[in-house]
Design a protein around this ligand. Structure first.
Ligand code: B12
Length: 404
């Protein structure tokens, strides 16, 4: 939403506060710009900020320093309620007693280890069989993903993270009772509603591209170089014109000094897979209707399932890739065989620690062309529809999540 719309509504409604939510880091920059605009107009209304991408430090250092009005940083909806009740009483104390940020900042930072030269960093094993994919370029998954996606839903995450039933303070038996008598029946009921209303319109696009690593970069090569047997693999030194895209990743500043590109070969063509999945736009449209009708709980429950379905689609795409690359031996040979802990390789999404640059999603959009299926990348690199996600998949058996 544009800041001018916020200001228009604020004036029309004589609002006592303005709230902004930021899911992605890029949207926190927009928040900052919005605060600057409010400040330049002399507005000092209390601001409530929230969303997964915000941190205490960001609010302290980049928001409170540019805006003179009170800024409440709300970690969850409950703090939002607390903030509003304070504002109603004329109490503008924005401290929720969570962290002593300034004291935290004063703590001496851990000393950095000196980064070794690239040639001295120990690389993942090169003694692996680099797979040959069944095709090169992109494809849309044609299987009946509607039903398969439900097999891949992580119900623990759905119930606790998305729906907020954490079971805090409950005994094991009470938790089980809640799951059996409340959560599962609710889930089954909503599943039927989703099917009846045709809300779930899954799209799974994935593709394979030749690639090579070059220190902290992954060079994506023209799909025409794709090999179908080991003897066809290109081992010649690369020429500039062979490279279609370059992805630069950060390297850990402590042992083992890992970087995502390390999982790919540098002296021969390797294979990188990309995915882009979406649960479709019907969910958001229906959520808007529920919201407008004041059915907030229904909205919350449907939204929870919709985001977990998006996560499930990412799992389905990843499973198809493991099947195609012949690295799913330990997990069953059908798309619906869920074996969360038996993966070979790893799936990373841009915006997460090992590949934090959200703008790298542009490469995936360029290669997989999801716009043809109504999936678009916005200015702040947010994907629309909301319940969509992209990823890069590494097949290397040592590939795993790591922080920088
Ligand atoms: C589930 C999830 C998803 C789901 C659904 C996202 C969604 N639309 O809700 C899916 C799989 C679709 C997804 C996709 C992506 N995600 Co995601 N995702 C998450 C995850 C794990 C949980 C988010 C969530 O739903 N939380 C539950 C809801 C209820 O919580 P919430 O949004 O934080 O809101 C609560 C509070 O923050 C607060 N609040 C929020 N706003 C406001 C506003 C006010 C005024 C108030 C008072 C309170 C308030 O109240 C809410 C209720 O308590 C977070 C990590 C995390 N643990 O937070 C990453 C996270 C948000 N995702 C992230 C990323 C990078 C992505 C992708 C870009 C990955 C990719 N390349 O595809 C995409 C982007 C999708 C898009 N449409 O653009 C990053 C964002 C950081 C960044 N680098 O920008 C996070 C933070 C993970 C990380 N790196 O640590 N994601």
């Amino acid at each position: 939403m544009d800041i001018d719309d916020f200001i228009k509504t604020y004036n029309e409604e004589q609002a006592s506060a303005i709230g902004m939510s930021g899911l992605l880091v890029k949207s926190t920059n927009v928040m900052k710009e919005n605060l600057e605009k409010l400040q330049s107009m002399g507005i000092k209304v209390p601001i409530l900020l929230g969303g997964a991408a915000l941190t205490d430090n960001f609010v302290e250092d980049f928001c409170r320093t540019i805006y003179d009005g009170p800024i409440f940083y709300c970690k969850d909806a409950f703090e939002g309620i607390e903030a509003m009740s304070r504002i109603e009483k004329g109490d503008f104390n924005t401290d929720f007693g969570r962290v002593k940020i300034k004291e935290e900042l004063k703590k001496p930072k851990k000393e950095k280890v000196k980064m070794p030269d690239f040639k001295d960093i120990s690389m993942p094993s090169r003694d692996i069989l680099i797979p040959t994919p069944p095709f090169w370029g992109r494809r849309v998954l044609e299987a009946d993903i509607n039903q398969i996606a439900y097999e891949w839903i992580n119900h623990k995450m759905l119930f606790s993270r998305a729906w907020g039933y954490s079971g805090k303070g409950m005994s094991k038996e009470e938790k089980q009772k809640q799951r059996d008598e409340v959560l599962w029946p609710l889930y089954e009921k909503l599943k039927v509603e989703i099917e009846k209303k045709g809300l779930f319109e899954p799209t799974v696009i994935y593709g394979y591209y030749p690639c090579r690593s070059d220190e902290n970069s992954l060079l994506i090569l023209d799909e025409k170089r794709g090999y179908f047997s080991e003897k066809d693999v290109n081992t010649e030194p690369l020429k500039k014109e062979d490279i279609t895209h370059t992805l630069d990743f950060p390297r850990q500043e402590r042992k083992p000094f890992r970087c995502l590109s390390d999982f790919y070969a540098s002296d021969r063509d390797d294979v990188v897979a990309f995915t882009c999945v979406s649960a479709g736009s019907r969910f958001s449209e229906y959520e808007k209707e529920l919201y407008a009708q004041g059915k907030f709980k229904d909205y919350h429950l449907i939204h929870g399932i919709s985001i977990e379905l998006a996560e499930a689609l990412a799992e389905v795409a990843h499973k198809q890739i493991r099947l195609d690359l012949g690295i799913a031996q330990k997990e069953g040979h059908a798309l619906k065989d869920v074996q969360m802990r038996a993966y070979t390789g790893c799936r990373y999404s841009f915006g997460y620690p090992a590949c934090p640059d959200l703008s790298d999603s542009k490469v995936i959009f360029d290669l997989l062309k999801p716009e043809e299926f109504g999936i678009v990348l916005g200015d702040t690199f947010q994907i629309h529809p909301e319940q969509s996600t992209t990823a890069i998949v590494a097949h290397h058996r040592e590939a795993m999540y790591f922080s920088i």
